[in-house]
Design a protein around this ligand. Structure first.
Ligand SMILES: Cc1cc2nc3c(=O)[nH]c(=O)nc-3n(C[C@H](O)[C@H](O)[C@H](O)COP(=O)(O)OP(=O)(O)OC[C@H]3O[C@@H](n4cnc5c(N)ncnc54)[C@H](O)[C@@H]3O)c2cc1C
Ligand code: FES
Length: 320
């Protein structure tokens, strides 16, 4: 990995989303402050004062992998922490699973390497005005942005309760920090190696009751988000999900990242870009069956009548 001077050029503004009024994002060369293993994941902390200052929970950054390799596209990662005050002010932390060439290359990054970063991107979670009890549900590394969110909720006198799920104990995201941060925490692992045996969806109903949750925030694998959305819809609890879709540009230009979203009056649907209009969506508005296929099949289906949309008047595809 090549080194560049850490005090390189000042960040430049990049126009995100050509068709909507999206806030300007920054393009910066960021020094790696630290790189470490975190259970099954890797954590990178970057010196990025301007991006950290502008970041909100639920937003993400896109990190370039080096020129001269066979990887053209930047890789998107949720912002786990954006430190804007204190000893390490001006830093950003991302946590990732090394599953392919881009993330494996990033896992080799060392302190003082310099990475090319664009951000903050996308729409953040919204904070509740009047509601107090918030249930944050994270699957695997999907829990990463929820820690940033929990801190911001606490700063607003809300009560963040946490449900963490993962395949095994190594993939449970920062359980000790979760205990410190959250008003209550439940952990579920599929193999039972930490907390309860099962999936987050197995413990969610109980957690909703116990915490009297008034709003749910979720991030993790898309099928998990769909199950959470369904449960929240049936119980009338508002839910925001941060989704993952394949992204090419991350800036709203290529339309590779579209998610079908139902109109608020149920009269139609639109393909919207996860990188600009998302990645955080109102879970009741995502047309899950069309996006992910009917549960257990690869087929898509029409939206449910009376759920968040109706079949009549569906627009085949359009722009918001
Ligand atoms: C908004 C957003 C936030 C994300 N946040 C994180 C994070 O905090 N931590 C983390 O580990 N990963 C995160 N991801 C996923 C991450 O971007 C991909 O894992 C990464 O781009 C894979 O790159 P690669 O070159 O290592 O593997 P590739 O060879 O590109 O892909 C390896 C495997 O991962 C799948 N994959 C690739 N990109 C995505 C994607 N965008 N979504 C889902 N699956 C994908 C591929 O289908 C393939 O099976 C996020 C994705 C998005 C869209
Ligand atoms: S429009 Fe290019 S990734 Fe979203």
């Amino acid at each position: 990995m090549s080194n560049h001077p850490a005090d390189g050029p000042k960040p430049t503004a990049v126009a995100a989303g050509s068709t909507t009024s999206t806030p300007t994002v920054l393009h910066s060369r960021c020094e790696v402050l630290s790189s470490r293993e975190l259970g099954a994941y890797h954590s990178l902390t970057l010196v990025a004062p301007e991006i950290a200052e502008a970041s909100r929970p639920g937003q993400f950054v896109e990190i370039a992998v080096p020129e001269g390799r066979d990887i053209l596209l930047r890789r998107p990662f949720s912002i786990h922490q954006a430190s804007r005050r204190g000893g390490w002010a001006g830093t950003l932390e991302v946590v990732f699973d090394a599953i392919g060439p881009g993330t494996s290359w990033l896992a080799e990054a060392k302190a003082h390497d310099v990475l090319d970063v664009i951000g903050p991107l996308g729409r953040p979670f919204s904070y509740p005005h009047d509601l107090t009890s918030c249930l944050l549900v994270g699957g695997g590394y999907g829990a990463a942005p929820l820690y940033f969110l929990a801190e911001e909720l606490r700063a607003r006198n809300k009560l963040p309760h946490l449900v963490l799920g993962a395949r095994d104990h190594d993939r449970v995201f920062k359980p000790i920090e979760g205990k410190r941060l959250a008003s209550s925490i439940v952990i579920a692992t599929e193999d039972g190696s930490l907390g309860l045996r099962g999936r987050v969806t197995d413990v969610l109903e109980d957690a909703l009751e116990r915490t009297a949750a008034q709003v749910v925030y979720a991030c993790g694998p898309n099928p998990m988000l769909r199950a959470i959305a369904e449960l929240c819809r049936s119980r009338g609890v508002p839910c925001q999900v941060s989704v993952e879709e394949r992204m090419a540009c991350g800036l709203g230009v290529c339309w590779t990242c579209v998610v079908p979203v139902l109109a608020s009056d149920g009269g139609g649907w639109w393909n919207v870009r996860a990188c600009v209009e998302g990645p955080v969506f109102n879970a009741a508005r995502v047309w899950w069956d069309r996006w992910l296929g009917e549960p257990g099949t690869s087929e898509t289906a029409m939206p449910p009548r009376g759920a968040a949309g109706r079949r009549e008047g569906v627009v085949e595809a359009g722009r918001p």
